[in-house]
Ligand binder design. Structure first.
Ligand SMILES: Nc1ncnc2c1ncn2[C@@H]1O[C@H](COP(=O)(O)OP(=O)(O)O)[C@@H](O)[C@H]1O
Ligand SMILES: [Mg+2]
Length: 293
């Protein structure tokens, strides 16, 4: 890669535990171009959130490091916004105020190019809440809205910071299928508009193929690392309905499923083709627990 924007440079991560150090990651190495969309996929507990936390600057890698635009990452910064799995909103602030706090952090200071006045900030906060369909509830507090809505506010907050790098840890996991599809569409539009670099952790194979330029598949831990990288060569804008009978799309989907459920199968799990599937191009695979588990 000629112009490396984000360099996750051979990182290893050990956590101290009462039983001695636990090696969570070993030699995770990934170079990303500006504007690239990468999904991280792998079984639960393999170390996906750990990778994201190192890029966010919340964890310091035991070995190796992260470099963004030739500058080493050693603490959190507003140019790397994080959407956590559990929204992490401040409970005493409304949805609007939660977004406002982040917006003030980025646009409130007397910074040469990025300053916004009060009216512009209000407009910007409302615009981002609108993107995630939260217009009607923007003055409610977290305990007055559903889990899915809180997650949407967390996404609006991250987007409103106009980050160079957007880091998302299973951002749509708690959403119902329709809202999830809507959020995927919005994310694709935003990504096309803003061209920010995105790392998204997901468990959803269809989501990963739909959104990504590359899917990074991680091996199981301990000492998890990158097992394979799949380049998704599908033209954009992408349309989920059209893709559903695109042979390449189904091929990519199959590759990821095979990695997860055959090459990285966990003990006690077996993958079977679902009997009800009448679509030969895309046999659906299902994980079942085996007796030996
Ligand atoms: N702060 C920590 N201290 C000790 N072990 C941790 C810590 N954070 C994560 N781990 C361990 O590292 C492994 C990877 O965790 P994580 O990155 O959360 O996995 P994933 O996000 O893929 O589910 C797990 O075995 C987890 O128990
Ligand atoms: Mg995780």
């Amino acid at each position: 890669m000629k112009n490396i924007h984000l360099n996750i440079d051979h990182i290893s991560m050990e956590f101290p535990t009462p039983d001695g150090p636990y090696v969570a990651l070993r030699d995770v190495d990934l170079k990303m171009a500006q504007g690239e969309f990468v999904s991280l996929i792998g079984h639960s507990g393999c170390g996906k959130s750990t990778v994201l936390n190192v890029v966010a600057g919340l964890y310091q890698a035991t070995r190796g490091g992260v470099v963004l635009d030739n500058k080493e990452v050693d603490e959190p910064g507003p140019e790397r916004a994080v959407v956590f799995q559990n929204h992490s909103l401040l409970p005493w602030l409304t949805a609007y105020e939660n977004v406002e706090l982040a917006v003030k952090q980025v646009f409130g200071r007397a910074r040469s190019s990025k300053t916004k006045n009060k009216a512009e900030m209000k407009e910007w906060i409302e615009y981002n809440l609108h993107l995630v369909h939260m217009d009607h509830a923007m003055h409610k507090r977290p305990d007055e809205i559903s889990g899915g809505m809180k997650q949407r506010v967390g996404i609006a907050r991250a987007l409103a910071m106009e980050p160079k790098v957007l880091l998302m840890d299973e951002p749509f996991g708690a959403l119902d299928a329709l809202t999830r599809a809507h959020m995927q569409e919005s994310l694709m539009e935003i990504h096309a508009d803003l061209g920010n670099t995105v790392i998204m952790i997901t468990h959803d194979v269809d989501e990963a193929v739909l959104l990504s330029d590359r899917i990074v598949m991680m091996t199981n831990g301990p000492a998890a690392t990158i097992g394979e990288i799949l380049k998704i060569d599908l033209p954009r804008p992408r349309d989920r309905v059209e893709l559903s009978d695109n042979a390449n799309y189904n091929h990519y989907r199959h590759e990821v499923l095979q990695f997860l459920y055959e090459r990285q199968r966990r003990p006690g799990e077996e993958v079977v083709a679902e009997e009800a599937s009448d679509d030969e191009a895309a046999p659906s695979l299902k994980v079942v627990k085996t007796e030996a588990a």
